[in-house]
Design a protein around this ligand. Structure first.
Ligand SMILES: *Cc1c(COP(=O)(O)O)cnc(C)c1O
Length: 241
């Protein structure tokens, strides 16, 4: 896995320090997360609140207990939420998510901003939440997996930037359904262009979240700063299939 990334980074003439690997642990048990953490993994991605709202706090408790033995610091990992978010889940996400990658509507910005404020007041978190806008490059509207069209990015970015508790970090995309090779490359190149435009206005919003098990080479080539990889690290989520 690390070999694939290293190769792609070199082929693209990039620096490996500029590409972070988020281990997407959805459908994988706490024990896998603990193993990854022990191996030095620091970025974890989840996509279902029902599962993550138990697993991540458990992982944090476990890591903190380890920290008491002098083996680790008290906040040794970052939690990324990469799945579609229902507004009614905002309050739950605010308890354990550090960075949300899938902001795709103004109403969700309002809900998350308020939820983070409540969580801070309740002592459940001490800082704001990082936020990325999910951009959709899928021409097939029926395959709706969230995301705004590139033309909708500026208005949503402004709303996040004006919020009190969200920090605009950049853009995220998933390659169109079934896209591989050249087609994935084109989607990620479009995302890179949108990231470039965003940075002209918000220089600190420099994340480009792209690349999964099947297309991380294309994403690295396009300039991705954060890969979201599950299967290629942890194996199939569906043994036997
Ligand atoms: C599941 C998921 C991933 C990881 O996918 P793999 O194919 O397992 O690498 C990345 N991004 C999102 C949004 C996901 O839902």
């Amino acid at each position: 896995m690390q070999g694939r990334i290293t190769q792609a980074v070199q082929a693209a003439g990039r620096d490996s320090d500029d590409v972070a690997l988020i281990a997407v642990t959805k459908f994988f048990p706490l024990s896998d997360c603990q193993l990854l953490l022990e191996m030095g993994q620091v970025d974890f991605g989840e996509s279902r609140d029902q599962e993550a709202s138990e697993k991540i706090p458990d992982l944090r408790d476990w890591a903190q207990a380890r920290g008491d033995n002098g083996t680790s610091d008290s906040r040794p990992f970052t939690t990324h939420f990469v799945g579609q978010v229902q507004s009614k889940k905002a309050r739950s996400l605010a308890r354990y998510v550090d960075v949300v990658h899938s902001v795709d509507r103004p109403k969700l910005v309002t809900a998350l901003d308020r939820a983070v404020q409540h969580a801070c007041e309740a002592g459940e978190r001490s800082e704001g939440m990082g936020a990325l806008i999910q951009v959709n490059f899928d021409s097939d509207a029926a395959a709706d997996r969230g995301g705004v069209s590139p033309s909708e990015v500026p208005a949503l970015a402004e709303k996040i930037a004006r919020s009190d508790h969200l920090r605009l970090l950049g853009l995220m995309a998933v390659a169109p359904q079934g896209a591989q090779g050249q087609e994935a490359q084109e989607a990620f190149d479009s995302l890179a262009a949108a990231c470039h435009d965003l940075k002209q206005v918000y220089p600190q919003a420099n994340w480009m979240s792209a690349g999964m098990s099947g297309d991380l080479e294309e994403a690295i080539n396009a300039g991705a700063t954060h890969l979201r990889v599950g299967g290629a690290i942890l194996g199939s989520r569906y043994p036997g299939r």
